[in-house]
Structures are given as structure tokens and as C-alpha cells.
Design a binder for this molecule. Structure first.
Ligand code: BES
Ligand code: ZN
Ligand code: ZN
Length: 493
């Protein structure tokens, strides 16, 4: 979709979208439209209250106007959601050219509003049916002639332009992540994740290495290998590095993402009912891929490292068994109590490699790690665990701003009991149904070599969710927007 920013009334399109918040100024705005359209203000006021999700449409000559309700005090998340739903809902009725009138929009700063609008409209055009033999009709915004005109005040033009471009770049990567997470495991092998990263690195100019099984053995990523033992497919260990050109990086940040392309549970096999959802067990990897690609495209001033250990968690005669003791990259030995607690095993190697090899200033991992996080937060927030208050605050604020909520849980040392083993250095599960997400975080903490600025995001409940796109749960690309917001707000240390 092409983007153009104008400050005049000359519109290339006949469809004009006007977002309105529920505020004291609403009746004045409605008065203006009632006069302009020569319709009754009383009727308009009855039919449009500015509530979130509400639309009112009016035709005048060959122009079509839509008022779009945003509710009270809308921020990025509310604006984004309203535009995304609009683009999705009206897909069969829209022209490829659209004007959004932000000239009297005051709720949010122009750059952020423009970003939320362009990102939402583009995401709303997403279509799920990639494997259907009969391809669904293309959304009008995907056509060659698609064009979004943003009408803003002259003084906000540059800001709005920057915001709209950023929204577009982020949406394009978010949609690739939708495709990757929505893909079934027979269409996304661990080596396909590696291919994706190699392609992205080549296209957007960042370094990517993907290790094969032999290189993983050479390096001694023993926990990743243990999880891979029961799978017919080889693992991959993906290392990405983006260094900004001609800019002094503000910090060196390492991101580690869980890349389990399908989680059967292994010998501690999962029940059948929701097993199909476990194709989404690489949502953490998707967040890391998305952040890497977007950071490189936006040329963010940060030295960014992305690590994705990728494997299936499957079962055959070679599969790791409950009670087996395995090694790890760190050298610590692990008693595998439950083979379904596999994410923490591969992350242990990913985190330890990230710290020892790159010595980052900040270390962040993202993983669809525990059912416990889903039971705690439902589908509305991710669990945050951190040993650093400043980092926890920065991430929480970034998430609040863009509508990807995270909420901190403790990692007190009393929970270390849960990962104590009699026979090995650690065990991967307490064997009890309590404090599961915290126990998993304590396990990861044992592999960060006392790094002082680490955060773990348990995104099990939010990576794959209900949405307007589908009748079943589908990918959200949770984490991409949050991480970009966090990286953009980094200050020099
Ligand atoms: N991938 C799952 C966690 C999960 C559950 C993600 C639901 C998304 C939705 C993870 O590998 C897992 O199986 N965790 C177990 C650990 C337990 C055996 C200690 C869990 O949380 O039940
Ligand atoms: Zn599992
Ligand atoms: Zn898993």
C-alpha cells in the first residue's frame, strides 16, 4: 500500500474515514458534519456516540464518509484496533484508495496516531487461507493501486509521514509473523525457520547464521539436542545480529525466542483436545524474528542480537525420557522430570549462549512457556519476570503504550526449591501443579550467569488468540510491536 500525507482537501479518493473520540468536542464535530452533509444533527447524534467499534456512514455525491468511533481517551492500541477491524469488516466494500482525515484529531500525538492508523489498516487486510486451493479474493488494500492518504495539519506533516511509514513497515513484518505462526508444523520445519531468517537477513542487511545438527553438537548445545532426540527432523540454532550503520548504538540487546515448531509434549504426551494449537509454540521465535527484521528496516540505533533454538518436541524410540539426566551448554546437568517442559531446556542453551558469546547489556527472552501463565492471565497479558526494576518498567510501559500488556510476577529465591534435584544440578519441573510460570522462570534464571538485566516474557496466553480474522485462534505477532517500542525508547546508558 502506497502512503501519502497531505494537508489539503484535494483527495485522490472518494472514501473518507474520520476517527472521532468520545469527548466534549464530539457534539461540535457532529454539528460540523451534519451541516456539511445537510442531514439532521439530532439523528446523527442519536446514531453515532463515538463508542469504540461504532461506525456511521454517509454518501454525498460520489463521496463516501465513515465516522469511526474510538471511545474515551484512545491511545495507540484503541486507534489501531478500530482501523484494523474497519479494514477487515469492510473488505468487500472498500475502494483501494482511502483518505483518513486526522486534521482535527487531538487525542494522540500525530506520529503515533498516523502509525496506529496505517498499521491497523494494513493488518486488517490480512488473509488467513494460505493453503486453500481457491485463493480468497485479494483485499482492496493489497492491489497495485492501493493508496492511503492521511490528511493532517501542515505542521504535523513530517511527524505523520514518519509515523505512517513506521506503521507500514511494522505491519508488513507482523503479517509475515502471522503466516509463520499460523503455518502448520509440516509446513514450517526447524530448518524453514532458519531459511526465513537467512532470507530476511539477506534482504534487510543483517547477519544471520543457522547452525545444523552437526554444528549444534560441536558447540555442545546439549539441552537443545536432548529435546530434539525424539524428532525425525533436525534442529536448527539461529543466530542473528544487526549492527546499525553510521550510528553509535545505544546498547547491545540480546533477544532469545523459543522456536518449538510443534510441541507434542514428548513422552509426557499432551492430551489430544488442544494439541493442534501447539503449532504456535514458536511464538517467541516469531517475536524475535519480527523485532530483528523491523529494527533492521527502521535502522534503529541499537546493536541487536537474536537467538532462536528451533526444534520439534516429538516422540520416538530415541526420545528423552522422564528421569533422564541431560547436559547443557552451560555445563549444568538437568534431570528431566517432564518432557513437556521442553521450552525451558532449549532456552537454557539459547540464553547461556547469548550471555557467554555476546555479553549483551540487556537480555530478553520470549516464550510460549507455560499453561500456568494462561491460567493466571487468560488471553489478555503476558507474564513478565525480571531481576531488574528499570528494565521491567521500560518493558511494561512499552507494552501499555502499544496494547501488548505484560504483568510482573516475582522470582524470589524461595521458589528455587521447585527446581532442586537430588541427582543432578537442576530439575526441569517441580512435579507440583503450583506456581508453574514462576518455576519455569527460576529455571531459566539458572542459565543467565547472573546477568544483571534480564527479562523473561511468558507469552503462552497471548501469542495465539481469538481475533476478527478467524473462527479459531490464530497468530497475534505479540511482542514485535512491544520490542520495537522498547528499543525506540532506549536512552544512552
Ligand atoms: N508449550 C507449552 C506451554 C503452553 C501451554 C503454551 C498452553 C501455550 C498454551 C509448554 O512447553 C508446556 O507444555 N508446559 C507445561 C510445563 C509443565 C509440564 C511443567 C505446562 O505448562 O503445562
Ligand atoms: Zn511442552
Ligand atoms: Zn512448549
Amino acid at each position: 500500500m502506497k502512503l501519502s500525507i497531505t494537508d489539503t482537501q484535494d483527495r485522490n479518493s472518494n472514501t473518507i474515514l474520520i476517527p472521532l473520540e468520545q469527548s466534549d468536542g464530539l457534539s461540535e464535530s457532529l454539528g460540523h458534519f451534519a451541516r456539511q452533509w445537510e442531514i439532521s444533527l439530532i439523528n446523527l447524534t442519536k446514531e453515532f456516540k463515538g463508542e469504540s467499534g461504532e461506525t456511521f456512514s454517509h454518501r454525498k455525491g460520489d463521496q463516501r464518509f465513515f465516522l469511526l468511533g474510538l471511545g474515551k481517551n484512545p491511545g495507540y492500541a484503541e486507534i489501531n484496533r478500530a482501523f484494523r477491524s474497519f479494514a477487515h469488516k469492510y473488505k468487500n466494500k472498500l475502494d483501494p484508495q482511502l483518505t483518513v482525515d486526522l486534521s482535527s484529531f487531538r487525542a494522540t500525538e500525530p506520529a503515533l496516531a498516523a502509525e496506529a492508523v496505517s498499521n491497523g489498516l494494513i493488518l486488517g487486510a490480512y488473509q488467513l487461507g494460505i493453503y486453500k486451493s481457491e485463493k480468497p479474493e485479494l483485499h482492496p488494500f493489497c492491489s497495485e493501486t492501493a493508496e492511503l492518504n492521511l490528511l493532517v495539519q501542515e505542521k504535523s506533516r513530517a511527524d505523520a509521514e514518519g509515523g505512517a511509514m513506521r506503521g507500514k513497515v511494522i505491519a508488513e513484518t507482523q503479517m509475515k509473523m502471522f503466516d509463520l505462526v499460523n503455518a502448520p508444523s509440516n509446513k514450517k520445519l526447524p530448518t524453514d525457520l532458519a531459511e526465513w531468517a537467512l532470507d530476511s537477513g539477506k534482504t534487510y542487511g543483517y547477519r544471520v547464521e543457522a547452525w545444523d545438527k552437526y554444528q549444534i553438537e560441536e558447540a555442545g548445545l546439549l539441552a537443545l539436542l536432548a529435546v530434539n532426540q525424539g524428532s525425525a527432523l533436525p534442529p536448527s540454532f539461529i543466530v542473528m545480529e544487526y549492527v546499525p550503520e553510521n550510528l553509535q548504538p545505544k546498547a547491545k540487546i540480546a533477544l532469545v525466542g523459543k522456536g518449538v515448531t510443534f510441541d507434542t509434549g514428548g513422552l509426557s504426551i499432551k492430551p489430544a483436545a488442544n494439541l493442534h494449537l501447539m503449532k504456535s509454540d514458536m511464538g517467541g521465535a516469531a517475536a524475535v524474528f519480527g523485532a530483528m527484521e523491523t529494527a533492521a528496516r527502521l535502522q534503529l540505533p541499537v546493536h541487536l542480537i537474536g537467538i532462536v533454538p528451533a526444534t520439534e518436541n516429538s516422540v520416538d524410540a530415541h526420545a528423552v525420557k522422564p528421569s533422564d539426566v541431560i547436559g547443557s551448554y552451560s555445563g549444568k546437568t538437568i534431570e528431566v522430570i517432564d518432557t513437556d517442559a521442553e521450552g525451558r531446556l532449549i532456552l537454557a542453551d539459547g540464553l547461556n549462549y547469548a550471555v557467554r558469546h555476546f555479553q549483551p547489556d540487556v537480555l530478553i527472552d520470549l516464550a510460549t512457556l507455560t499453561g500456568s501463565a494462561v491460567r493466571t492471565f487468560g488471553y489478555h497479558a503476558a507474564g513478565l519476570f525480571s531481576n531488574n526494576d528499570r528494565l521491567a518498567d521500560q518493558l511494561t510501559r512499552a507494552g501499555d503504550k502499544v496494547g501488548e500488556r505484560i504483568w510482573r510476577l516475582p522470582i524470589w529465591d524461595v521458589y528455587k526449591e521447585d527446581i532442586k534435584s537430588d541427582i543432578a544440578d537442576l530439575r526441569n519441573y517441580s512435579g507440583r501443579p503450583t506456581a508453574g510460570a514462576i518455576g519455569a522462570a527460576k529455571f531459566l534464571e539458572a542459565f543467565i550467569e547472573n546477568h544483571p538485566a534480564w527479562a523473561h516474557l511468558d507469552i503462552a496466553g497471548v501469542a495465539f488468540n481469538d481475533s476478527e480474522f478467524a473462527s479459531q485462534k490464530c497468530a497475534t505477532a505479540f511482542g514485535v510491536r512491544l520490542l520495537i517500542e522498547y528499543l525506540e525508547n532506549l536512552t544512552d546508558n
